[in-house]
Design a protein around this ligand. Structure first.
Ligand code: ADP
Ligand code: MG
Length: 571
């Protein structure tokens, strides 16, 4: 079960693997010594009639070898676990870096469930690979050859049998393993799909209930679980089969060794003590193979999970400028120069040759039907994505030359569905400015029309949100997000208006708050509501990734084109 990327990972814990190999050699030495003393004691007692006191010293030696064997096994387990944890931690960090680096734009919503299962279950499988399978594979390469050499040196015939039958076992395993591997991969896919589905269903449970579709989902879940059960049983069947073959091969080989020693003992061709020693050692020769066989399943699961992990690690990341320059002093305009962008695997571009200017001190409304590229444009402005061709300029500076984090400090974003984090209202607001005083926070909340509803919460600003955040309505969440944006006091404001209808009072409050926030800033809003659109200074109408119209409300209305049609359809 050689898996290139996993081997490379193993290279990162070379020291621990070396230690593990050294311990394997010690264990093997202890086993050989144990059998040597055991056969000697038995020989002395039964063949030469030695008394207990005669064999007291050899018994102590025997005890010593047993203790040494047990100790070294325990130590090797802890060493192996340490290596596995180190690899798992490093991988987890790389995965998280990757996901953060790729940004929210590349993580499609449908795949969050699958990602979550890769980050948890997937890494545990890789842990099992390194803590259980890999050390045993190492041990197989060390212990049986050492034992075979010892046996061969003392009794060439038995040694030859071991040398001949030993390699047969890996060959059998390999034959069966090929069959099992495909199935394990299928099982892994089925499991990922299942968890992705569960998460989606959980996230959409209210909607499902609302539309009376939960019964169908129940059946769907039953169907998916059933498929998972069948693939799992398929994998287990093969696992049991391979276990059976392995045990059979090991028993048969041990029997062959035993029979030939028995025959030679009867004919007096081999001394009793030597025969006994070889007989005791033979099962120890096959033991590592059998142990490896029981971990075969772990190995296959580990490689299947690793395939998925490395697929994620291969996702394109955003490059950062080698010599980042400072962003221009405010105020500046944002200019898009022939910007195009296509998502990987999508033939048609999400944005196609967009050129427009977002002026300082103006509110620009981005409008267009769903799928026209509004969110993609936002992701570009937040620099979660980079333009494929063309450039975005802040004043005269290309955004590509500015460090991403530095750039994002200039942005305040009010997303469509603002996330609230575990913590109090105050914590959630202070996220935008950790050192904000309580008065400052209050003032901004007032500007955002959020202060009133916050004081009506059970503990006011100290009310904890998070899991219970559902108590806030959509409008309230948005106003919290707006208050956050006020606190951040950034020169550029991006807002994605909630598409769902708010109650008229919330809508009015939000619009008033927003207008206050918009003063003396560059504001770009994905607008869904007429109220917001009327307040904007300029409209940019997108359709299928292109700017189809831009201008003021009156200009566009007079053109009687796409904008006029959108207004009629109530955007
Ligand atoms: P809007 O916000 O105007 O609804 P989007 O910018 O979300 O439009 O989408 C523009 C186009 O890009 C659509 O065709 C959409 O299917 C596609 N798209 C959006 N996000 C992704 C993604 N993460 N991966 C692939 N295609 C995407
Ligand atoms: Mg969108």
């Amino acid at each position: 079960m050689i898996h290139r990327p996993l081997m490379r990972l193993a290279g990162t814990i070379r020291g621990l693997l070396l230690a593990s190999s050294a311990i394997s050699i010690l264990t093997t030495g202890a086993i050989v010594a144990q059998m040597l003393w055991l056969s000697r004691i038995i020989h002395n007692v039964f063949m030469e009639g030695a008394s207990l006191s005669d064999v007291r010293i050899p018994l102590l030696y025997l005890l010593g070898t047993i203790v040494a064997r047990t100790l070294s096994i325990g130590i090797s387990q802890s060493v192996n676990q340490r290596g596995a944890i180190r690899i798992k931690t490093a991988l987890r960090r790389r995965l998280l870096d990757k996901l953060f680096g790729a940004g929210p734009a590349m993580i499609q919503h449908e795949r969050t469930g699958e990602l979550a299962s890769t980050l948890t279950d997937g890494l545990e499988k890789i842990d099992a690979y390194f803590s259980r399978y890999f050390p045993r594979a190492l041990h197989v390469m060390i212990a049986p050859p050492c034992i075979a050499i010892v046996v061969f040196a003392m009794d060439p015939l038995s040694g030859a049998i071991l040398l001949f039958t030993g390699p047969l076992i890996p060959v059998f395993m390999w034959l069966i393993g090929g069959m099992a591997e495909k199935r394990t991969q299928k099982q892994w896919t089925a499991m990922s799909r299942m968890s992705a589905h569960f998460l989606d269903v959980l996230q959409g449970l209210t909607t499902l209930k609302l539309f009376g579709r939960s019964k169908e989902q129940e059946q769907e879940i039953r169907r998916i679980s059933n498929r998972y059960r069948l693939t799992t049983m398929g994998v287990l069947k093969i696992a049991f089969l391979s276990g059976l073959v392995l045990e059979l091969a090991a028993s048969l080989s041990t029997a062959i060794v035993a029979v030939q020693i028995g025959v030679r003992l009867v004919e007096g061709h081999i001394p009793f003590q030597l025969g006994l020693f070889v007989l005791l050692l033979a099962p120890e020769f096959y033991l590592p193979f059998r142990q490896l066989g029981t971990e075969h399943h772990a190995a296959m699961e580990g490689t299947a999970a690793a395939d998925r992990v490395f697929e994620i690690l291969r996702m394109p990341t955003l490059s950062s400028p080698t010599h980042p320059i400072a962003p221009p002093p405010t105020p500046f305009d944002l200019r898009l120069l022939q910007v195009s962008f296509a998502y990987p695997g999508r033939p048609e571009p999400a944005l196609n040759d967009i050129s427009t200017t977002f002026r300082h001190g103006e509110i620009t409304a981005l409008i267009g039907p769903s799928g026209s590229g509004k969110s993609t444009l936002f992701h570009l402005l937040c620099r979660y994505l980079d333009p494929e061709s063309g450039a975005i300029h802040a004043g005269d500076t290309d955004l590509q030359d500015i460090d991403r984090t530095t750039w994002r400090r200039l942005l305040a974003v009010v997303p469509q569905h603002p996330s609230l984090f575990h913590g109090t209202v105050l914590d959630n607001l202070r996220m935008a400015k950790p050192d904000a005083t309580l008065d400052e926070v209050r003032e901004m909340a007032q500007l955002a029309e959020a202060h009133d509803f916050i004081t009506r919460l059970p503990d006011g600003y100290e009310t904890s949100l998070g899991e219970q955040a559902w108590r806030l309505s959509g409008g309230e969440r948005q106003r919290l997000a707006v208050a956050r944006a006020f606190l951040k006091n950034a020169p550029i404001l991006l807002m994605d208006e909630p598409g769902a209808n708010l109650d008229p009072e919330s809508e009015e409050k939000l619009a008033r708050a927003f207008e206050r926030l918009a003063r003396d800033r560059t504001v770009i809003v994905i607008a869904h509501r007429l109220r917001t659109i009327y307040r904007a200074d300029r409209m940019v109408v997108l359709d299928q990734g292109r700017v189809v119209e831009e201008g003021t409300h009156n200009e566009l209305l007079n053109q009687n084109g796409a904008y006029a049609r959108l207004l009629k359809g109530d955007v």
